[in-house]
Design a protein around this ligand. Structure first.
Ligand code: G3H
Ligand code: 13P
Ligand code: ZN
Length: 309
């Protein structure tokens, strides 16, 4: 039981039909819900921390909580920085004991993204830490944008191959139609699987990462809306599309929105049904249970990662 890099996890997932879940963590209940699910399923696990999470909880609290999770569950856990926006935050996390970092240079031109990613790879690899980078833009999909315009922001397979060769990055996040948040598609869900297959063909040894991969479970959206929430029209990536992606090099599937929805739905329900209650343990407990059940479902039925730890 320890903090581990993603290298071994991805090596095992690479030529199989499963992916490792990478779940965003912001507080104790979220961490406990996720690790209990991973332990029950004996699944490999990445816990990831965004800049927003660091700001909210303070880095040291999150690191100590993940240390506690390793000790409590006996699981090997990869502690990963999500969407590191510059060299400094990546360096800080490497120095703090993270075993994996993402440098997200996707907003920069190709050459700048390469230069920044190389700088992080050099620093992180010297300390045995793995690095994820991103090429292509994850955009919200609008009704009136046609497929050609939409594809313009997607990852170009030949560029992905050149990017990986020149940076030495360990894994690559690709843009094939997913986006962050609860409103991923206005019409029919669409992912560019031909593009994904082409990328995987050109860089068959590079683990690919799918950001914006929440399925936005209707169960939780409906609960939220039923108990006073206003999130109409929320739509995620269908479960079968995530399963399909794991066949073409996708080894890491990023999930945050589904955690937020599960937690919020249970808290809303609890408040509505127990208006006189004000002990936070009474509503955070069910919220933690909802996260555990949801993550267990995901590991078993969507990621196919049960018994792969
Ligand atoms: O990719 C975004 C993740 O959902 C993290 O979100 O920056 O609000 O913590 P956050
Ligand atoms: P979701 O918003 O689909 O959960 O994506 C999370 C993510 O990609 C974190 O990096
Ligand atoms: Zn992301």
């Amino acid at each position: 039981m320890a903090f581990v890099t993603s290298r071994e996890m991805f090596a095992r997932a690479m030529n199989s039909d499963y992916a490792v879940g990478a779940f965003n963590v912001n507080n104790m209940e979220i961490i406990q819900g996720i690790v209990d699910a991973a332990k029950a399923e004996q699944a490999p696990l990445i816990l990831q921390v965004s800049a927003g999470a660091r700001k909210y909880a303070k880095p040291t609290y999150l690191i100590k909580l993940v240390e506690a999770a390793v000790e409590d569950t006996g699981l090997d856990i990869c502690l990963h920085l999500d969407h590191g926006e510059d060299f400094d935050i990546c360096k800080k996390c490497v120095d703090d004991g993270f075993t994996s970092v993402m440098i997200d240079g996707s907003k920069y031109p190709f050459e700048e993204n390469i230069a920044l990613t190389k700088q992080v790879v050099e620093y992180a690899h010297a300390k045995g830490v793995t690095v994820e980078a991103e090429l292509g833009r994850l955009a919200g999909i609008e009704d009136n944008i046609n497929v050609d315009a939409r594809s313009a922001s997607f990852t170009v397979p030949e560029e992905a191959a050149e990017f990986v060769a020149r940076t030495g990055v360990d894994s690559l996040a690709v843009a094939i139609g997913t986006s962050h948040g609860a409103y991923k598609f206005k019409g029919e869900p669409y992912l560019d699987f031909e593009r994904l297959k082409k990328i995987h063909q050109l860089i068959p040894d590079t683990p690919l990462v799918l950001h914006g991969a929440s399925t936005v479970l209707p169960e939780f959206v409906n609960l939220c809306n039923e108990y006073g929430g206003e999130i109409p029209g929320a739509q995620g990536v269908p479960e079968e599309m995530i399963r399909e992606a794991t066949k073409y090099g996708v080894c890491k599937v990023n999930i945050d929105t589904d955690l937020r929805l599960a937690m919020t739905a249970e808290i809303r329900r609890y408040f509505a049904e127990h208006p006189a209650e004000f002990d936070p343990r009474k509503y955070l407990g069910p919220a933690r249970d909802a996260i555990r059940r949801m993550v267990q479902h995901k590991i078993k039925n969507v990621l196919g990662a049960s018994n792969k730890a």
